[in-house]
Design a protein around this ligand. Structure first.
Ligand code: BG6
Length: 504
């Protein structure tokens, strides 16, 4: 069903930052190109840097597709971009913002519907909403006012709760859109369709048939100049508490009553409520943390994490994390879940692997080449988005030798279908007032509640090891021991390949 996108102005706080030029403006252009933006629409970039509208437009041009005919589409799009320099922490400057918005609205015949996107340092997440409210930009009777909040949503349970409380002082929950770009990924949403639109999967999606669930999100890049930020974050805060927990929610939730924001988000919350807490004295055995160390990749010397700019030379921040956990509810009773994520791993890949139980007996003997006789359903989030089912097949010829074969679907095979970027999808959803793919405040707090004891244990007990792993490897060996009776899948760039070695 096509939804309506009302005319509005999108205000981006932090407009001179990286996210705006690398993700937001290109996503907006793509929406524009596809005629998904309303006719009456404008973007107002806001940040401290002094820039004119023209200078802002020029800066953004470099991040738009180069092959487009500059004279037409790009220029029409750029005409919709405006810029306002503002000291965002200064309450006295907000009347300037209000006036500027009113004048853009009037000149372009746009009703005073505003979306405020917070793409600033998190220290401003509390100040900007208060200042917006100070000039009545937070609520009206006739027009909509929405607030998009980027991650990180707090740095621990306490700060996440404080942030929620503060936001709710000025905006209602239904005006707040907490972005988690993983939820915007097409293949993450497809997980719901795979599960709930296929009669063959839903009946077996439970402890009767599933042996364990594995979620891997590997990156081949390191911290890439973000050492200062990452040093105070680490893999748990950067990837697990938000992106990977949301993935767990999608894999494990019960069918929603309807496909609507609150129905889906209620089910995600229930999953988080059912997570079996990892006690502080269990942390060492359930959660493995690692940090990449210097190594040679393809003959080239690669820095270790401690040598990165902005990183403490004695840092104990984890750049790798593998954990085992349980969801204590009817569906998942006794099924272990495993999460693995890290920087400077052999390849960039995010996937969910459902490992089904083996058949009750080995009728065809135990062929060593077919050790892992369980069927696997691989849901590939990125790259090479798609789905793969692994099953046993008879090797032609004498005897009954079994071999694993693949049945796969790649999104690439859908000719002429544009796979929207996560930001395209999420921005459009917010413009249409649909919060389904945004994280709700209570779920964010629940996710923090779950990871907090692990973070506390690491802080209080320096004897819990941080294992070094050579950059370009699959993390510390000990992570392999976490997986009971099986092993991690070692995925490659291409969905259908796996093995112990992948090209970077
Ligand atoms: C971000 C993290 O939220 O997600 C980064 O801060 C990480 O450290 C990134 O690299 C991963 O996103 P994607 O979409 O590239 O998998």
């Amino acid at each position: 069903m096509k939804k309506n996108t009302d005319p509005h102005i999108l205000v981006i706080f932090g407009a001179s930052g990286d996210l705006t030029k690398r993700k937001l403006v290109p996503a907006l252009f793509e929406l524009y190109r596809q005629k998904l933006l309303p006719e009456q629409f404008a973007v107002l970039g806001v940040s401290r840097t002094e820039l004119s509208d023209a200078e802002f437009r020029t800066r953004m041009t470099d991040f738009l597709p180069q092959e487009e005919d500059k004279s037409s589409l790009i220029n029409q799009f750029l005409d919709k971009l405006f810029y306002q320099s503002l000291s965002t922490s200064d309450v006295y400057e907000y009347p300037i913002l209000k006036d500027r918005l009113a004048s853009i609205s009037k000149a372009n015949n746009i009703p005073e519907n505003y979306i405020f996107y917070l793409s600033t340092p998190p220290s401003l997440y509390e100040i900007i909403p208060e200042n917006l409210a100070g000039v009545d930009l937070n609520k009206t009777d006739d027009d909509f006012r929405r607030l998009i909040v980027e991650k990180p949503f707090g740095i621990n349970l306490e700060s996440a709760k404080a942030l929620n409380k503060n936001l709710l002082n000025y905006f209602n929950e239904d005006q707040i859109y907490r972005i988690d770009h993983y939820l915007g990924k097409e293949s993450v949403q497809n997980m719901l369709v795979t599960r709930f639109s296929n009669g063959i999967f839903e009946p077996i999606w439970n402890h009767n048939f599933i042996h364990h669930v594995e979620i891997t999100s590997a990156e081949s890049l390191g911290v890439e100049g973000r050492g200062g930020y990452y040093e105070n974050s680490g893999a748990m805060r950067d990837m697990v508490q938000n992106h990977l927990m949301q993935l767990v929610g999608m894999v494990a939730m019960e069918p929603p009553v309807v496909v609507e924001a609150d129905a889906i988000r209620n089910e995600v919350l229930k999953v988080f409520q059912s997570l079996r807490p990892i006690k502080k004295d269990e942390v060492e055995n359930h959660v493995i943390r690692g940090q990449y160390i210097e190594s040679h990749i393809k003959g080239e010397l690669v820095k270790g994490y401690r040598q990165e700019k902005g990183v403490n030379p004695e840092s104990r921040t984890e750049t790798f994390l593998a954990m085992k956990f349980h969801i204590d509810n009817w569906r998942w009773s006794g099924v272990p879940f495993y999460i693995r994520t890290g920087k400077k791993l052999p390849t960039r890949v995010t996937e969910v692997v459902i490992h089904f139980k083996k058949p009750p007996m080995h009728l065809f003997g135990e062929n060593p080449a077919y050790r892992h006789t369980n069927n696997q359903l691989v849901i590939r989030i990125q790259p090479d988005e798609g789905i793969l089912l692994k099953f046993g097949m008879k090797v032609p010829g004498a005897g009954f030798n079994v071999q694993t074969v693949n049945m796969d679907f790649h999104y690439d095979d859908l000719a002429d279908v544009h796979l929207p970027s996560a930001y395209e999808r999420l921005l459009l959803d917010c413009m249409q007032g649909d919060a389904t793919l945004y994280a709700r405040g209570d779920a964010v707090e629940k996710a923090w509640e779950y990871v907090q004891p692990i973070l506390d244990a690491w802080k209080e007990r320096p004897d819990i090891p941080v294992y070094g792993y050579p950059a370009g490897s699959w993390g510390p060996d000990v992570a392999d021991n976490l997986v009971d009776g099986s092993s991690w899948r070692y995925p490659c760039k291409n969905l259908s390949d796996d093995g112990n070695y992948c090209e970077l």
